[in-house]
Design a protein around this ligand. Structure first.
Ligand SMILES: Cc1ncc(COP(=O)(O)O)c(C=O)c1O
Length: 402
């Protein structure tokens, strides 16, 4: 690897994590056991949830969440088009149908007014793009806290109550972030959902390499997710090789293999302790970007929405090529050529070949997401990004869009 290349992300792994992983390796117990259980207990406390189920990815958590609330073939599930593959693919695992919705221009999060309009149109049997004639109605919504900016949780909860939907949070980007609830109290970002699903993938604020967590206050859903995360075998399957466990188990459903390993949990336990510190460092960097890029013609900067605390998982700028004279793709290439790794989040789902072919989506269906997707550029952001690197990023970008 070129040591002068500035990566767009870099995990912050300390000696505590390394020591714990070594202790885990030496313990002779590598897969799900006490370290995973500790991580679950710590996480539940941190996220103010009654239950936390550790798994090997956020995708797994989302899959288990939909399974737990009973999503079936033919159900409709609302998903913003501006998201990663996982948010909608888990709906397809059930042969259910993701109903795509546009996003707000100011925060890249789901446009809840459009979501409600679509729900009403579906109820009155009007034609809605991507929705087949035969279906079981809208059962759930999976909003995304895009880039770490909490979506309007209070409004979404109202929408769910009104239309009888399950609220499954794609909380991949918010470990942690916060929002003010209807009573003005700060809440953890996933707190408003029926089930919230977090990612500990390598580029996330806290990481276990690969990993995820599902949190809920509902014991039945937590139990179901736990059982289904380990082959659908009876309670505490992970204990079967331990002193307190027994070889005997029963298969109660055809489950999955989604359990977290104790090696991953060794990282998670210590990363979690630093989550708020990492968030503060990310906020500082986001503020530094804001200050350094303020007033740059053709660059639109992200802003934390009132009543929220952004996790700054991503710092996504927009390049308005009509003003800068350079398109985002070209800017990305030039940054890369200068040794700076940026990224793009995302090409909207409806423009991907699978969704076009399967559900008939086309360009123009969700104009806001398309506009944002054409302009957005995710800048390097991680705790410990050297000051010199930061200055190089700013001067290179300014040179490119001049
Ligand atoms: C919005 C969103 N949802 C879900 C996921 C899936 O997370 P994981 O890689 O942990 O399965 C990601 C991954 O980056 C994501 O960005």
């Amino acid at each position: 690897m070129d040591k002068n290349f500035i990566n767009y992300h870099r995990p912050a792994i300390g000696t505590e994590e390394i020591r714990e992983v070594i202790a885990c390796l030496k313990s002779g117990w590598l897969t799900t056991a006490t370290r995973t259980k500790q991580f679950e207990a710590d996480f539940a406390k941190f996220a103010d949830a009654k239950f936390a189920v550790a798994v090997n990815s956020c995708t797994a958590a989302l899959h288990l969440a939909l399974e737990a609330v009973g999503i079936r073939e033919g159900d409709l599930v609302i998903v913003p088009t501006m998201t990663f593959a996982a948010t909608a693919e888990v709906v397809r695992y059930f042969n259910a149908i993701p109903v795509l919705v546009d996003v707000n221009e100011d925060d890249f999060c789901i446009d809840l007014d459009q979501a409600e309009d679509i729900i009403k149109r579906i109820k009155s049997r009007e034609k809605v793009v991507g929705v087949p004639k035969k279906h079981n109605g809208v059962k759930a919504i999976i909003p995304v806290h895009y880039g770490g900016q909490p979506y309007d949780v209070n409004k979404c909860r109202k929408l769910c109550r009104k239309h009888g939907l399950f609220l499954i949070d794609d909380a991949a980007h918010v470990c942690p972030a916060y929002y003010k609830d209807e009573k003005g109290r700060w809440q953890y970002a996933g707190k408003g959902a029926d089930i919230a699903c977090y990612s500990f993938y390598a580029n996330k604020t806290i990481t276990t390499g690969e990993g995820g967590m599902a949190t809920t206050d509902n014991q039945a859903w937590a139990d179901r997710m736990r059982i289904m995360s380990l082959h659908g075998i009876s309670k505490d399957a992970w204990k079967r090789f331990t002193k307190s466990g027994t070889w005997y188990y029963e298969i109660v459903a055809p489950g999955f293999k989604y359990n977290m390993t104790d090696i991953a949990a060794s990282l998670g336990i210590h990363q979690l302790k630093k989550a708020n510190k990492f968030m503060a460092e990310r906020k500082k960097l986001a503020e530094a970007y804001g200050k350094a890029l303020k007033g740059t013609l053709g660059i639109i900067l992200p802003k934390e929405k009132p009543g929220t605390k952004h996790s700054w998982h991503l710092y996504v700028i927009r390049i308005d090529s009509a003003v800068t004279g350079i398109h985002r793709n070209k800017a990305y290439d030039k940054m890369k050529a200068a040794g700076i790794g940026c990224s793009v989040h995302y090409t909207p789902l409806h423009l991907h070949p699978y969704y076009r072919k399967k559900f008939g989506f086309k360009k123009g269906d969700f104009p806001v997401a398309e506009k944002l997707a054409d302009q957005c550029l995710s800048m390097p952001l991680y705790p410990g990004l050297p000051r010199k690197s930061f200055q190089r990023i700013i001067s290179t970008l300014k040179g490119i869009v001049k």
